[in-house]
Design a protein around this ligand. Structure first.
Ligand code: ARG
Length: 286
């Protein structure tokens, strides 16, 4: 580990970034299946190889643990095949938990399972939200802001609700491509101790939101269509290691140039439900 660069400039490749141990919540895909379609990736006619999905998921979990992170596990429910996408269940910042409210009835019951888990774990500030929000699917956390997606799932009304609950300014971003229906399919925060380290796919956003992103993140890594379609933005960073789908080959070099260590993983079976690394990983902050 090296000392953090506080000068505000981008790191160079000789300067590996620091990382901090994280606490993640994941849900084993024991009952994962594509039985309905609520995003363009889901095709119930395409078979899922469940043992392979489980092996891929376990390898992601074990990689986190090998890096020194803590992974907690939710008990899967046989009637909730999308529960493996644990990032959608809540947003946790400073130990405060904003529960989810799902846009589609197929996933509605997941919200209570997550809230219950947090209450049992001793989190005292657990809010049942008024407005539809799909947790970390549409909220990303930088050092001082919440970036918040809208357009397909989370209601724009969930943004002021989150701002009020967390006391952090919310930057609303309009998603316009149905393939990138959650913010975390189109943008990833690479270092949450700063406000300027993200990678994203510009075409997933409206022209105005693209201009906002360019203004806030002039040094961002911008992904091309192929890497976005490989779910390369659906990545998890601990500040140094960036776990991302290995098929997103175009992102590895730009990440290395900025001092990150990209780690490719294969979650091909989970992609059939419209999710990858980040979707499977909720972060418990504070
Ligand atoms: N099948 C799930 C859905 O459409 C996938 C969720 C992916 N999760 C995410 N954080 N993007 O809701």
């Amino acid at each position: 580990m090296t000392q953090r660069d506080t000068s505000g400039t981008q790191r160079s490749c000789e300067e590996p970034s620091v990382y901090t141990p994280r606490r993640y919540l994941m849900c084993p895909p024991a009952y994962f299946a594509v039985t309905y379609s609520i995003n363009p990736w889901m095709d119930p006619a395409k078979p899922v190889d469940l043992p392979l999905a489980v092996a891929q998921w376990e390898s992601l979990r074990d990689t986190y643990r090998a890096l020194g992170h803590t992974v907690e596990e939710l008990v899967p429910d046989p009637e909730l095949p999308d529960m493996v996408y644990a990032a959608n269940g809540a947003l946790v910042v400073d130990g405060r938990v904003l529960g989810a409210r799902f846009a589609h009835p197929e996933r509605a019951r997941e919200a209570a399972v997550h809230r219950e888990w947090y209450r049992e774990r001793g989190f005292t500030e657990v809010r049942e939200p008024e407005h539809v929000n799909e947790g970390e699917g549409d909220f990303a956390v930088t050092a001082s802001w919440l970036l918040a997606g809208r357009g397909f799932r989370s209601s724009p009304l969930s943004h002021p609700e989150a701002q009020e609950f967390f006391g952090r300014p919310v930057v609303g971003l309009d998603l316009v491509d149905p393939r990138f229906y959650h913010l975390d399919t189109a943008l990833c925060v690479l270092d949450d101790t700063r406000d300027d380290a993200v990678m994203y796919y510009p075409q997933a956003f409206s022209p105005g939101s693209r201009a906002v992103l360019a203004r806030l993140f002039p040094d961002a890594i911008t992904a091309g269509e192929d890497d976005a379609r490989a779910f390369g933005l659906n990545a998890v960073s601990d500040g140094r290691h960036v776990l991302l789908p290995q098929a997103a080959v175009g992102l590895f070099e730009p990440l290395r140039e900025r001092g990150y260590e990209p780690i490719g993983v294969d979650l091909g079976e989970l992609l059939k439900g419209g999710g990858s690394v980040k979707c499977c990983t909720a972060e418990l902050r504070g």
